[in-house]
Design a protein around this ligand. Structure first.
Ligand code: BTN
Length: 261
């Protein structure tokens, strides 16, 4: 297959709910930023770009966004929830990303999630998400969910510090971003609707099957300190549980995690 451009008409043709607002841009600083100043008030709205000049990742990192290679997609969405009920949203989004990729293509290795949001395959990162809150009040929360998936990027386009891979590297074939975008939009809307009505408990079984850190020796660095323990899943709030050397279990809501080998 030849690499093709993103095309709103093609993506819409794959979608059941084709009335969704979908903007495709050639170049933007960041798709998350584009939706921050968006004039249309009604949610959900989606923006996908061919390239980002200031793509952003978690922890203030840059997100490598070469032209025409990957998916850089943002979705603005409103929840009937309080802000504190959204702490596990990045986990749910990562689950939706895995499901979308698996419905698009069969891969040799399972897709796992490194808490809180890295989509991993074969110990390498395939994608991630960045969630930013726009407005919140009682029982209302509007967020921007930014998703990056490495689709056709090759290792010679490499300025990325951590081990990563792409779908084309895994399959030795150029992949169809329009079709994957449609799967991603469909799964995101499914998962977010369910999360809006319910809570993380309804996703725990699925999370446990995709938990990259389960039973792994881990170092977690937060702003204040470094902790070491063994990954013991997550709790109902989506916090990471570490079993410490003394047998005590500690829950963490933020931090940078590394597997110790
Ligand atoms: C991470 O794993 O650090 C999160 C990466 C999120 C990248 C996406 S690409 C689309 C959206 N726009 C951005 O600037 N960032 C997110």
């Amino acid at each position: 297959m030849k690499k093709s451009n993103l095309n709103a008409q093609i993506i819409h043709s794959f979608l059941k709910n084709s009335s969704i607002q979908l903007d495709i841009l050639n170049e933007v600083t960041s798709t998350n930023d584009y939706l921050k100043n968006y004039s249309i008030k009604k949610d959900p709205v989606i923006c996908i770009a061919e390239t980002q000049t200031k793509g952003r990742g978690r922890m203030g990192r840059a997100w490598h966004s070469p032209f025409g290679e990957n998916i850089y997609l943002s979705l603005r969405y409103s929840f009937q929830k309080n802000l504190n009920q959204l702490s596990s949203l990045s986990l749910v989004v990562a689950l939706a990303m895995c499901k979308a990729i698996e419905t698009y293509i069969q891969l040799k290795h399972p897709l796992l999630i490194k808490w809180p949001n890295d989509v991993m395959i074969n110990q390498k990162k395939l994608g991630g998400n960045l969630i930013e809150v726009l407005h919140h009040s009682h029982n209302f929360c509007q967020v921007i969910i930014g998703i990056g998936i490495n689709v056709n990027m090759t290792q010679d386009q490499n300025t990325i510090s951590q081990p990563w891979t792409s779908l084309s590297e895994l399959t030795h074939k150029v992949q169809d971003r329009n079709s994957l975008c449609a799967k991603l939009i469909e799964q995101l809307l499914n998962y977010l609707e369910k999360f809006n009505k319910k809570n993380l408990k309804n996703f725990l079984e699925e999370w446990n099957k995709r938990d990259y850190l389960k039973n792994q020796p881990i170092r977690l660095s937060s702003d204040h300190a470094i902790f070491e323990g063994v990954g013991d899943g997550i709790n109902d709030l989506g916090q990471l549980i570490l079993k410490m050397k003394n047998g005590e279990k500690k829950a963490f809501s933020a931090g940078e995690v590394r597997i110790l080998k």
